[in-house]
Every structure is written in C-alpha cells, then in structure tokens.
Design a protein around this ligand. Structure first.
Ligand code: DGY
Length: 320
C-alpha cells in the first residue's frame, strides 16, 4: 500500500503514518504541480492531500483503478471534486471535529481585533507614530452586548456562538441550511433566522462558518453587504470564495462596511492587492487550525481514516 503525503505534517503524525503503510513524504513543502498530480494518479494507492492542494480535473480519470483513497488532512474538502472521485471509485475522507475550537478561537480573535482596531494600533506603534493616549484615538466598536450573526451553524458556528454568548454576552442570530433544534440553539442564546439577508440586517458582526464550494460561492454578495448595518464588521474563517471580493471592496470603499477580519481569500495564497489598501482589515494567512495540538489531531484523524479503510471498515469520516 503506497501512500503519498502532499505537504509536510507534524513529525509525530508522519512517524505514525510510516508505521501504517509505505509512505512518501513529499519534499519540498510546496503545492504539487499538475504534472506531479498526474504522475501520482498512477503511482499511489492512497493520497493524503490537504486544503491548499489544487487537484487537476484530469486526475480522477487518470487515477481510476489505482488510487483508492483520498484521505484529506483538513475538514474542508471543496478542493476535491467529490463526484468525480466517486465516479472513479475513490473513497474520500476528511478530519472534522478536531479543529472546531481553534477555528472558533481565531474567528473570535479576528472579531476582537477588527472591532478594537488592533492591527491599525500595532502598525502605528511599530512605525513610531504613536503620540500617546487621547480621548479620540483609534475608537472602535464595543463587542460586549453587540449582535453576532453566524452563517452556518455546524460545529464551528456553534463554538463561535458559545464564545460570543457565554464569553462576551453577545446576542446571537444565525442562518443555517437546515432547521436547528430550538433546544440546541437555546444553549447559545441563539435564534435561527430564515435567510442570510435577515441575519445581515440585524448583526453588528457577521461571521461565516459555512462550507466552501459551488453552493456557497459568493454567498456574501453586493445584496448582503447592502443589507448589513452601516459600520458592521465581517469575519471570514470559512473559505475565501464564500465572499464576492469585488462586492467586499465596494462596500469598504463607500464606508458602509466598517471593517473585516479575514483568514481566507479567493485564490489564496495570492492576495488581491486591494486588501493591503484598507487599514480597517485584519488579515491572517489561513491560521484557523494552526496550533500544535490541533494540527497533530488532524494528522491522526486522517490516519484513523486510512487504517479503517485498510481494514476494510467504513472510515469514520467517509464523505463518499
Ligand atoms: C480546514 O481544515 O478546512 C481548514 O481550513 C484548515 O485550517
């Protein structure tokens, strides 16, 4: 059983994987090229890709009959064409659950940083431009008691609600594709509304926690920015393409959008230069799950899926 790991993993998880199968740990730690993907399609039984991999459309056909499992290191799998994988007889798994807290922590951190203008303050201080305390200096938005709108009330959306409601006394409203049991929502003092626009209309902060992919592409569009309260702040730790970036910049240019805290970008890691022009953006480089324990847990979860697959069991996190 030959397995390919596309990017460097935490050492302990690489060591465990090496015990489980004949693993190739690709070096250098860069995104695989199209040529490498097409070669891998005929060489490996298992590929363990991750969320920053770009898998060429031709891979799935080429991999048919050879690659049996794509065990993704990461919860999001919008970079995998799940239908094409299924058609080629390739099982796909992901790593849910283990990065919930850290992603919600980062979303809350971005919310606080954007609300209280921490990025602007730090840049001012580091540049030697701080001229001391004054009553009108870098005035931000109060977080306690404000309304947080959550788009997508899965594990991470709920963890965000937990922090916001129980930690910061925020009111929480949310939109979710399916109906959430009122008893569950009540645990976070949260109310489900019918649409993204309705959530946007009443929220001081709007935080995105839905999956990426075709169904949510540009969900946050010109209409939604227009529906947001003047001065409201957007937080995105989900996927870059959930937000229409042209609409985001238009809303920033008019001043209708008060700011944003962003961890993910369309076409990342290439960053639209317009991001750097807006002081009221707090920009992180896709750090949601970036803690030692969580990154190790993600690797172990991917290996758990692989081991179950090798035993002939249904992997715990099987998508198709
Ligand atoms: C994931 O697993 O989908 C995250 O984006 C990685 O932090």
């Amino acid at each position: 059983m030959r397995a390919l790991v596309t990017r460097a993993w935490p050492k302990g998880t690489q060591d465990r994987l090496a015990q489980v199968c004949e693993a190739t740990f690709r070096d250098p730690d860069t995104a695989m090229t199209e040529t490498e993907w097409m070669e891998a399609a005929t060489r490996y039984d298992v590929i363990l890709p991750t969320v920053s991999d770009s898998i060429p459309a031709g891979f799935y056909d080429a991999a048919k009959g050879k690659v049996r499992l794509l065990a993704n290191y990461g919860v999001g799998y919008n970079h995998i064409d799940v239908a094409a994988a299924e058609a080629a007889g390739i099982t796909v798994t992901n790593t849910p659950g283990v990065l919930t807290d850290c992603t919600a922590d980062l979303a809350m951190g971005l919310l606080l940083a954007a609300a209280r203008r921490l990025g602007e303050g730090e840049r001012e201080l580091r540049a030697g431009r701080w001229d001391g305390w004054r009553p009108t200096h870098l005035i931000g938005h109060k977080v306690a008691g404000a309304t947080l709108g959550i788009i997508g009330f899965g594990r991470i959306g709920q963890a965000m609600a937990q922090r916001a409601h129980h930690g910061f006394g925020m009111k929480v409203v949310f939109q979710n594709r399916s109906r959430v049991a009122p008893e569950l929502a009540a645990q976070y003092g949260a109310t489900q509304l019918a649409s993204v626009a309705e959530v946007a209309e009443v929220s001081d902060f709007l935080s995105l926690h839905c999956p990426g992919g075709a169904d949510t592409r540009h969900l946050i569009s010109t209409d939604i920015f227009a529906a947001m309260k003047p001065g409201a702040i957007l937080i995105n730790t989900a996927r870059g393409d959930v937000v229409d970036e042209d609409a985001l910049f238009a809303a920033l240019n008019t001043g209708h959008l008060g700011g944003a805290g962003l961890d993910v970008y369309q076409g990342e890691p290439k960053l639209d230069p317009r991001f750097l022009k807006h002081e009221n953006l707090v920009l992180a480089p896709h750090l949601g799950s970036a803690t030692g324990g969580t990154r190790a847990a993600m690797g172990h979860r991917a290996i758990d899926n692989l081991e179950a697959f090798l035993k002939g069991d249904t992997p715990p996190d099987k998508i198709v």
